[in-house]
Design a binder for this molecule. Structure first.
Ligand SMILES: NC(=O)c1ccc[n+]([C@@H]2O[C@H](COP(=O)([O-])OP(=O)(O)OC[C@H]3O[C@@H](n4cnc5c(N)ncnc54)[C@H](OP(=O)(O)O)[C@@H]3O)[C@@H](O)[C@H]2O)c1
Length: 222
């Protein structure tokens, strides 16, 4: 499968990645329909199949239930075949999202992710924003912390998965990569994507199909 440079990170990614939310969590979801979490056998076949297809990017997070643990169990032996993106700042506990962006919590979260994922480094480490994108980065503490984790070898590239256009614009100042929503129904982030391209910041698109909601709309007729 084709590989493209991810901004100036030096990483090369396939145009399609695998978002690993649905293998770990089915509560508190934004999808149109409920679903069952796949069994261990199904997850093993799915994850092996993704790599066998040539897809080389997997995105997960501590907030995705058992997703990180399952990726570690199934794919630790194939770790050199994929780039691993995970996040910090949000946890999923007792059916609720909990956010803690204190430096200690972020550091601890990354260490726990590495342990669950059975690896010594992430390829991408993203702040998992609660929506307050600008506040999270305005005093520079979290960008500096992520830089120090990158310098320590815990992640090869850093950035933020955010929700607001101004927050994502601000992140271009320090991030190697941003993750943002972009699809045919919501093109708000287009100027951010263009600015990221100009500045050599990689862009990962989340919700490219509107989390499945787009598929429920009647087709457009010309
Ligand atoms: N805050 C964050 O950082 C954040 C937020 C959201 C997402 N993400 C990342 O982005 C990944 C993908 O997010 P997403 O799942 O919202 O992305 P998406 O690609 O917009 O939506 C995928 C959903 O669309 C459904 N779908 C696809 N084709 C369909 C069709 N032809 N008919 C009906 N349904 C169809 C899929 O169903 P099936 O599963 O049945 O195929 C799945 O439920 C996540 O796993 C996560 O890694 C990050």
């Amino acid at each position: 499968m084709e590989r493209r440079p991810l901004g100036r990170t030096g990483l090369e990614v396939t145009p399609l990645g695998f978002g690993a939310f649905k293998i770990g969590r089915n509560e508190g979801i934004k999808y149109p329909e409920p679903y069952l979490i796949p069994s261990d056998d199904e997850v093993a076949r799915l994850l092996d199949g993704i790599l066998d297809l040539g897809i080389n990017l997997i995105d997960t997070a501590p907030a995705y239930g058992t997703s990180e643990e399952r990726i570690g169990q199934c794919l630790a032996s194939r770790r050199d075949e994929y780039l691993l993106s995970s996040k910090a700042g949000e946890q999923w506990k007792d059916g609720h999202s909990c956010y803690d962006f204190s430096p200690e919590a972020i550091r601890r979260s990354v260490q726990e992710s590495l342990s669950r994922l059975q690896t010594d480094h992430l390829d991408l480490l993203l702040l998992h924003s609660d929506g307050s994108d600008l506040q999270l980065q305005q005093d520079g503490v979290l960008p500096n912390l992520l830089r120090s984790l990158r310098d320590a070898g815990m992640a090869r590239a850093i950035g933020m998965s955010g929700k607001s256009s101004d927050g994502m614009h601000a992140a271009l100042e320090w991030a190697d990569v941003v993750m943002l929503e972009y699809n045919i129904d919501d093109t708000t982030m287009e100027p951010v994507i263009r600015a990221a391209a100009d500045q050599g910041v990689g862009v990962l698109v989340k919700k490219g199909l509107g989390s499945g909601h787009l598929m429920r709309k009647p087709p457009l007729h010309s």
